[in-house]
Design a protein around this ligand. Structure first.
Ligand SMILES: NC(=O)c1ccc[n+]([C@@H]2O[C@H](COP(=O)([O-])OP(=O)(O)OC[C@H]3O[C@@H](n4cnc5c(N)ncnc54)[C@H](OP(=O)(O)O)[C@@H]3O)[C@@H](O)[C@H]2O)c1
Length: 238
């Protein structure tokens, strides 16, 4: 693996993004992790062995994304793993403002990053979008989340043709144990994972490292573009 290959990971300070940064750095790639919190970035950097640097950005803010990519480049791969705000609930209960905020963060964040990264991306490089299992199945109460992630998925398929030869792929995680669930107590979280994981064909929830492994494949395989990889323990099967 070439030591000069550089990968920018938006959302690289936590969960799947951090696990991906750790995996890529361990394989000799140069990683740049980005998210809002300087403190989280510092802490994450201390957990990455290899060549790594960090810079803060708010991916839901177009100017912030524009400045970030003016600073950074050229590079080989863009990994989009930042989270947006949630918008759960059945149709009658979902708050319109919550869904607007969900689009304003995750959808627009992915859009801005792709838009401003492309001029800095090497032509043999790639973009990896991260969506979520809600967009790959039909689960009552997840229509809003499915819409946000589905919009990203559809945009990514089209970009795989439009941006060629830059490759564009999509990773769709199911339920994965990450700090995204740290708003629950440890006991509540373990109970939730046990119950939800028990309903999956694999019998458990996923690990961030398993997502990182899938991300590594999608970045490195030069014959893969316009692909969607479900790493969801079979959660989309009904
Ligand atoms: N975990 C799951 O079960 C699951 C399931 C399906 C899909 N997903 C998707 O997978 C991706 C990764 O999730 P995760 O579980 O690894 O989440 P996580 O551990 O909560 O990490 C989220 C990352 O996004 C960054 N972030 C949040 N808002 C941001 C903003 N406005 N600008 C820049 N960075 C921002 C966070 O850092 P800062 O706070 O410092 O900004 C953090 O680095 C997300 O897109 C999520 O929707 C997760």
């Amino acid at each position: 693996m070439s030591a000069e290959k550089k990968v920018v990971i938006i959302g690289g300070s936590s969960g799947m993004g951090l696990a991906t940064a750790q995996r890529l750095a361990s394989k000799g790639l140069h990683v740049v992790i980005a998210s809002r919190s300087e403190e989280k970035l510092r802490d994450a950097l201390s957990k990455i062995k290899g060549t790594a640097e960090s810079k803060s950005l708010d991916f839901s803010n177009e100017q912030s994304v524009h400045s970030f990519f003016e600073w950074n480049g050229p590079f080989d791969h863009l990994v989009l793993m930042a989270a947006g705000l949630p918008a759960w609930g059945v149709l009658g209960e979902i708050q319109t403002a919550a869904l607007e905020n969900a689009f304003n963060t995750k959808f627009w964040g992915h859009f801005y990053c792709a838009k401003y990264a492309v001029p800095k991306l090497r032509k043999n490089g790639s973009i990896l979008f991260t969506i979520g299992g809600a967009a790959r199945s039909a689960i009552a109460g997840t229509a809003g989340v499915a819409a946000v992630n589905g919009a990203i998925m559809c945009m990514a398929f089209t970009l795989a043709k439009e941006l060629a030869p830059i490759r564009v792929n999509i990773l769709s995680p199911g339920l994965v144990d990450t700090p995204a669930y740290n708003w629950m107590t440890e006991e509540e979280k373990q109970g939730f994972f046990k119950q939800m994981g028990g309903n999956l064909p694999v019998g458990r929830v996923g690990k961030a490292e398993e997502i990182a492994e899938a991300a590594y494949y999608l970045l490195m395989n030069g014959y893969t573009t316009g692909a969607i990889l479900d790493v969801d323990g079979g959660g989309r099967l009904h």
